[in-house]
Design a binder for this molecule. Structure first.
Ligand code: PA5
Length: 475
């Protein structure tokens, strides 16, 4: 992708918060006075994030990913070329931040029925992300791949996640049984020196591995090898992805929220949360952005859902992310958004130009209720429905804003990822929490270790056994 300054401007993602303001929502909206009252807090959050950029010890290494990976990108592109040549399928084994990003980029930038395309149309291996330990899912994956002709990208920062390590044990066993040298069919993405994948690599005599840097947590890792390798294997322009992220980073340099899209989104969400808007709906009007909502849900939920501030004061903060798809969920959830409790902020992702327009043919001339559709395009229809839904919500006094995506490509996806990552970092700073830890997730991981008999967890096992369901309360 040749990115001139003019093209960058045309591809600029913007935030339209008209429908958050009291000018359009009356007393349900946010006034300029309220916004101005949060100017100082927003500036402080911006200063905090800016001052801590790149600090591994604060898990803020992700801010530098658009700039510091030239060598890694070259290695990824070389590796991806080999994988594309050698393998029929590419399977990501990972969970949470190690899986949601690859799924999201695949969905956003590849054909929506990629795996069903012929080999010549696909031009790369079939692609799967296995982010669960549902035994049925694993068994049925094995029905559609030939392990000997499959590359498994095992992604785990800690190398200790039971789900991912279980999947690894299964495929390593199958590869061995098939007479394959395991290290030929696996690629690890993990910590530089810690964790079980590092040990396994040594045991196997060296596995091709990519490093997930110290300062990059799972949910902020899509622009690291976690996301870049699968994307490159799919033929996605990963350099454009990083350039899009860098462009959004540049757009978010100002400390004035009226000039910084991520800071404005964070401030609007912060004010909304303080006013009891505990639910944040992400509603892309695009099937290609469907899984962006899943990726965002983890980023927003795991980062902001905390019970203590940085200075140790107890709190219970966060906003529950809800995933919706336009127009599909207009016929399912929008009734609730329009008339239910005033507890939500709806974020629309609107696309300026779709890859295809899909003209609607004329027909049914004797039935005006149908024939009016003819002569339009499906693009016009989906855009009209997007606009109509935002209008209806605004009329009903419901907070909503729109992120305009001129078109969906690697550059604009990079912009979106960085917009949401910065928004999350700013919002966490406003809430004065540790945005980058996940003690709640770790607690569940440890309880699983205990239940399955991992050494060192005997005490926790006793507590878990004592917490068995009480038959008195089972009906
Ligand atoms: O965002 C996070 O840090 C988590 O969701 C992790 O990505 C997830 O728990 C998987 O952890 P790991 O990469 O260590 O296997």
């Amino acid at each position: 992708m040749k990115l001139t300054e003019e093209l960058r401007r045309q591809l600029r993602v913007t935030v339209d918060y008209t429908n958050m303001t009291d000018k359009y929502l009356g007393d349900k909206g946010i006034s300029q006075k309220t916004l101005d009252a949060h100017k100082k807090l927003a500036k402080e959050a911006h200063a905090y994030v800016t001052a801590n950029r790149g600090k591994d010890e604060l898990f803020m290494g992700w801010t530098e990913l658009p700039y510091n990976q030239a060598e890694v990108v070259a290695d990824i592109l070389e590796t991806a070329k080999l994988v594309r040549r050698k393998f029929e399928a590419f399977v990501v084994l990972g969970i949470g931040g190690s899986a949601l990003g690859p799924t999201m980029a695949f969905n956003a930038l590849c054909h929506l029925h990629y795996n069903d395309l012929s080999k010549s149309m696909r031009r790369g291996p079939r692609f799967y992300v296995e982010d669960n330990v549902d035994p049925v899912r694993m068994k049925e994956l094995l029905d559609v791949i030939d392990v000997k002709k499959t590359c498994f990208n095992v992604i785990s920062k800690s190398g200790a996640t039971s789900e991912t390590m279980t999947q690894y044990l299964i495929i390593a066993d199958l590869l061995k049984k098939a007479g394959v040298d395991v290290k030929e069919n696996v690629i690890f993405t993990t910590d530089a020196s810690r964790g079980n994948l590092v040990k396994i690599s040594k045991e196997l005599g060296g596995v091709k591995s990519f490093v997930l840097g110290d300062g990059v947590g799972g949910r902020f890792s899509e622009l690291s090898p976690v996301g870049l390798l699968p994307a490159a294997v799919l033929g996605i322009d990963i350099k454009a992805l990083l350039k899009g992220a860098a462009y959004m980073d540049k757009l978010c340099k100002p400390s004035d929220f009226r000039k910084n899209p991520a800071l404005m989104c964070a401030t609007l969400q912060y004010i909304s949360m303080q006013n009891g808007k505990n639910i944040g709906v992400m509603m892309p009007y695009s099937d290609n952005l469907h899984y962006l909502s899943d990726w965002y849900a983890q980023l927003w939920a795991e980062s902001l859902g905390k019970n203590v501030t940085l200075d140790g004061t107890p709190c219970n903060v966060g906003q529950t992310p809800v995933k919706a798809l336009g127009v599909t969920d207009q016929h399912s959830q929008v009734q609730l958004y329009t008339e239910g409790p005033y507890d939500k902020v709806v974020t629309f992702l609107s696309v300026g130009s779709y890859k295809y327009k899909s003209p609607i043919p004329n027909g049914c001339e004797s039935i005006p209720d149908v024939s009016f559709l003819g002569g339009h395009t499906m693009e016009e229809l989906i855009q009209a429905e997007n606009k109509a839904t935002a209008f209806a919500l605004t009329k009903a006094g419901r907070l909503n804003y729109t992120i305009n995506v001129p078109e969906i490509n690697a550059f604009t996806l990079g912009e979106l990822l960085f917009l949401f990552e910065l928004q999350t970092a700013y919002a966490g700073a406003m809430l004065r929490i540790d945005t980058f830890n996940q003690p709640g997730v770790e607690a569940g991981k440890k309880a699983t270790f205990a239940l399955l008999g991992k050494p060192g967890y005997a005490e926790q096992k006793k507590a878990l056994d004592a917490a068995e369901s009480d038959p008195e309360y089972i009906v």
